[in-house]
Design a protein. Structure first.
Length: 529
């Protein structure tokens, strides 16, 4: 018996090691290159810095529950997690993306404990292995697109709910309410999904006489309502139903120029019925979400997913007939509510639908378990695991050569170059006694990047104003002077791809170039001169 336990633990450690490696390896480079961020990462990262240092976002709103970023709004949980990390590490691509990994690790352990409640021991490890190697998990848990936290956080929330239902313990019901409330801060689609899911689940539990009384309902409902209420107020303010206000001097509820309400409707229902399943299982038009050669969960998983879904439906029917609890019914309810909600979402791409991959994973493992039990041959499980490993090895190119760019997508717009900000931050750090002068093409996203990496105060950087020649903030002067200062008091950061003639001229005048950043030169007079 000890040998089996030791082997189980050893395999667990190996899977966890692989999980951590696949999430941390080249974290600052994949999927957008060594000097690149997604446009939403850029805005959220600057908000994180502003919150960490000044307690306001880039628009000077104090501790908002929903961020205005770019005027289109962003969900808050990721931004606040990154703000906490920035407080200790400073600003960097790596630091901004680490919250995604930390939440994924929390999801990993939550899945382990949940799988122990749902499966026999070999399938617990299989669930962890598939979570580690499935493309959608690997690709989504490595970078800071805030909506992807829905997947990781919902796994933790579901574990506490299933634990509460299984053991009828008040503590777990309370924590389930808190965690599902926090999940609302991962992505706006959860406003539709989670309340309906909890309501239907409570009705199911009442029907099978496992709700445990009004006390347990309140233990879930009260913390969920308390955490969700600020988001409701923010939506009412954004719609113009309540005037903007600051709550007790601590939280700003703001209204933008327009209310973002065009993501949900009924006119997309038919199209989604026809096409969305393929999108979720194969790929969408965005290269950082999936690769059609492998699919989101590997194509070999699809028949097992279908089998597992059928098995869970049978479990629901049996449960309702016998009026006895089957926790798989809670998983099925969650899946059905998500699937229905996504039918009313315009362009439900993979990142918008990311919460669905949690039930997909569980149904896949359930389907494999059903097939192995039917065949009565454990060798099939081992052979299938080997096939999955081979698929993972083939897909692992993603960790070594992927750059997130594809000509037929909108990646050109979504990817932003962080090099000018990193170059200016380097110049400020190493030449702090000199005036820093930036000879860089100045557009709105470059402003963001430089404000982020030079850690510019939101009170100095006004993101709704245009910057003109010779503008200066946070120790950096912008523009092209009529006459360059050749005395050595000024350090120039020059974009060589467009201003290379200035670099050439300064080199002839005795300047030295630090070429630590591709496409940008940091020019200064050597100290010996």
């Amino acid at each position: 018996m000890k040998r089996k336990i030791s082997l189980h633990k050893t395999i667990f450690i190996l899977i966890f090691t692989l999980f951590v490696f696949t999430r941390l390896f080249r974290l600052d480079s994949i999927p957008f290159g060594p000097h690149g961020l997604h446009i939403d990462e850029m805005g959220a990262a600057y908000d994180s810095f502003c919150i960490s240092e000044y307690g306001v976002d880039q628009y000077h709103y104090k501790m908002p529950v929903y961020f205005r970023c770019f005027g289109e709004s962003q969900d808050a949980l990721y931004t606040y997690l990154a703000a906490i990390l920035f407080k200790f590490t400073g600003v960097s691509i790596l630091a901004f993306r680490l919250p995604a990994v930390f939440c994924a690790i929390a999801g990993f352990f939550a899945l382990f404990f949940l799988a122990e409640l749902l499966f026999k021991k070999p399938y617990t490890l299989l669930a962890l292995f598939l979570m580690t190697i499935m493309p959608v998990y690997m690709m989504s848990e490595r970078w800071g697109l805030q909506c992807y936290l829905w997947l990781s956080v919902s796994i933790v929330s579901m574990y506490f709910l299933i634990k509460a239902v299984s053991e009828n313990r008040a503590t777990y019901f309370f924590w389930a309410g808190i965690l599902w409330g926090l999940t609302l801060y991962t992505y706006a689609i959860t406003y539709l999904v989670i309340p309906f899911f909890l309501i239907v689940t409570l009705l199911y539990l009442a029907y099978v006489n496992r709700i445990g009384g009004v006390k347990n309902v309140l233990l879930v409902a009260i913390p969920f309502f308390v955490l969700g209420f600020p988001l409701l107020i923010q939506q009412l303010v954004a719609m113009g139903m309540i005037a903007p206000f600051r709550f007790m001097g601590m939280i700003d509820f703001w209204r933008g120029e327009s209310y973002r309400s065009d993501s949900v409707g009924v006119s997309c229902l038919l199209d989604n019925l026809i096409h969305s399943a393929r999108t979720f299982l194969v790929s969408d038009s965005i290269s950082y979400n999936a690769n059609a050669r492998f699919g989101t969960i590997y194509y070999i998983s699809i028949p097992f997913l279908v089998i597992g879904l059928i098995v869970s439906i049978k479990k629901l029917v049996t449960s309702l007939k016998a009026r006895t609890l089957d926790v798989w019914c809670v998983i099925l309810i969650y899946y059905v509510v998500i699937r229905i909600a996504l039918l009313f979402v315009y362009h439900p791409n993979i990142n918008r639908a990311n919460g669905i991959y949690f039930p997909y994973l569980l149904f896949t493992v359930l389907g494999i378990e059903a097939v192995v039990d039917k065949l009565g041959k454990r060798a099939f499980l081992y052979a299938l695991t080997g096939v999955y490993f081979i698929l993972f090895v083939a897909f692992s190119y993603y960790l070594f050569s992927y750059n997130g760019y594809r000509e037929d997508t909108d990646m050109v717009y979504l990817k932003v170059d962080t090099t000018p900000g990193e170059a200016l931050a380097y110049a400020k750090k190493n030449y702090s006694e000199n005036e820093i002068f930036a000879v860089i093409n100045n557009d709105w996203y470059t402003d963001y990047i430089i404000a982020l990496f030079t850690e510019t105060s939101p009170y100095d950087y006004q993101n709704d104003e245009e910057y003109y020649d010779n503008d200066k903030y946070n120790g950096v002067t912008w523009g092209v002077l009529d006459e360059l200062d050749l005395s050595g008091d000024t350090v120039y950061v020059v974009a060589d791809y467009s201003m290379g003639h200035i670099t050439s001229y300064l080199l002839t005048e005795g300047f030295q170039a630090d070429n630590a950043f591709d496409g940008y030169s940091i020019l200064h007079i050597p100290e010996s001169q």
